[in-house]
Design a protein around this ligand. Sequence first.
Ligand code: CO
Length: 688
Amino acid sequence: MSDHFEVKMQAINDYENRPKAANPLKIQDLTLRDGHQSLFATRGRTEDMIPVAEMMDEIGFWGVEVWGGATFDTMHRFLNEDPWQRLRTLKRYFKKTPFSMLLRGQNVVGYRNYADDVARAFVEKAAENGMDIFRTFDALNDFRNFETVVAAIKDSGKHFQGCICYSLTEPRMGGDVYNLDYYINKAKDLEKMKADSICIKDMAGLMAPYDAFDLIKALKETTSIPIHLHSHFTSGMAPMTHLKAVEAGVDIIDTCMSSYAYRTSHPAVEPMVMSLIGTNRDTGFDMKQLAGINEVLEREVLPKYKHLLDDSKVSIIDINVLLHQTPGGMLSNLVNQLREMDALDRINEVFAELPRVRKDLGQIPLVTPTSQIVGTQTVNNVLFDDDDEDYKMITAQVKDLCYGLYGKTAVPINPKLQKKALKGYERGSKPITCRPGEVLEPELEKAKKEIQGLSTDLEDVILYTLYPVTGKKFLMWKYGKETPPDSVKPRTLEDVKKEEALIAKAKAGKLVEKSDREAPEKTEHTRTFNVFIEDEYFEVSVDEPDGPPMITYAQPPASAGAPMPSQPQPQRTSAPRVSAAPAPQAAPSAPAPPAPKAKPAAPKAKPAPAPAAASDAEGTPLKAPMPGMIVSYAKKVGDSVEKGDPVVVLEAMKMENSLPAPVSGTIKAINFASGDSVSKNDVLCVIG
Ligand code: CO
């Protein structure tokens, strides 16, 4: 047993007025950020945080994490909510508890390194809007990427929490890269940077309990600033890991309210509070107050989000994490990407390829955005590489990483891959070794000009700089220049009730209402059919009152087998899918009703960007190799291109893929515009 923890149990006769612990364990709540990010794809809405905000403020949390990570992205993209407004709104309800956010260092809340002016302005605005604790991490653990934001955090008089991303190359801490010395040296670096606290960020739930004990104990011995542990439940180890960390003297841990805990989220607060009652680390929290919060969440909030829970498995533990050391979020991204590509059966190839790609890319930790970078490149390799060529489709982000734009990798990048990635790279073929921020041109002034007709507000400009395509779309909604689609509207409890009623009806077999009319007598024409639906068998009697039954031929669905777009495409001109249209020639006697006429294509939402539609233009099509969103076209209609020139930038899985011209020629048609969603095999442009 460590010196830091003595189980001095006190007899507790009066639980509510129990004596205060000498060194209570401090707890940060993650329910309102990482909790719903982990369980509900970050879809939590501000209006669903308000009902518990004041109650949570009473608990005595060290901090509440309310922002950062993926919230900024998801809110403007999917919820039609202004991320800055959430801070201001919640601040009205949390009067005592400090706000905490997850900041991706020079990545801010995006997926690449931004210029210093963006990083600084972001921190200043966040502080101004009520942020108190800036939990700062860098996906490469390259703390040069902290320099700009830390200066801004300190200048704003706020708390700088420096993170070390916890990563492994084998099942337990150790090996050549991620061993005890690695973490101790990183902690010393953070102390030198005047961190107010140090967080060990175990984003994948990889930390084993005894590694936690050794690590926290060593950190407590080497540094004098508070140590905070952030661990995900994913693998099932986190509650044990937390307890061992408490025994080793950890100062602060992260938990969620129990209704937002477990699975890929975090351990729940309540069992830890109960476990420590009467010890010298007693949190002092009131279990009844915690229960009250859960009650509101269960009754008023969670019904709206339950459908987002991944219920494909009964188990709440993901043992893939133990097997492959990949973060839960990354796994679900890989699965989604493969599913969209109709290649889910290749998941094991992806698992096998992943460690190789990671090693080639410098054995980097797997956390946003590096988890996406490694994950997407791995999927690209599995799907597009062949015997002749490795790394056939290299994403723009892998090129940036090879150039040094994300920072210094844990071990050097495979030189062969680096050379290939940087061939023709826009910034040059020689990688940089300086702090990435130094080579990035200021971005805000340019962004200001780009949206000057839309907004001049600095918060809007920052949003647009971080997310040019979706950010602009959001600003169009915000300022009433475009109508937001129904998909961004909130789900209400009434919606949920209606759905539940419908499901209950379906389960009871009452979805198709039975006719009240009495059944007529069966005639001699009655015929019985055996109908098989998968394993179920039904006997159906058919009795045509006017004579013997006629069997009409049902045509198979018009476009069965053809890939359907995941979202309606206003540019599409093909007829809507018609299912089972009766074919006239198959009806022997009575003339069959005419085949339903294909509805005219919906009016085009915007003028076609090209004079010729794909189907008309002659030439070689450039097809989308994967579903995604068009970021930009590098060429216009009429431009000439050489084979291999980048033509379209397609965003898939948050990574940008530059698609090269398949042949030399002239661009004859461009069929989509920036911001459009495309399906696999959609013709993006035609080269003739
Ligand atoms: Co996390």
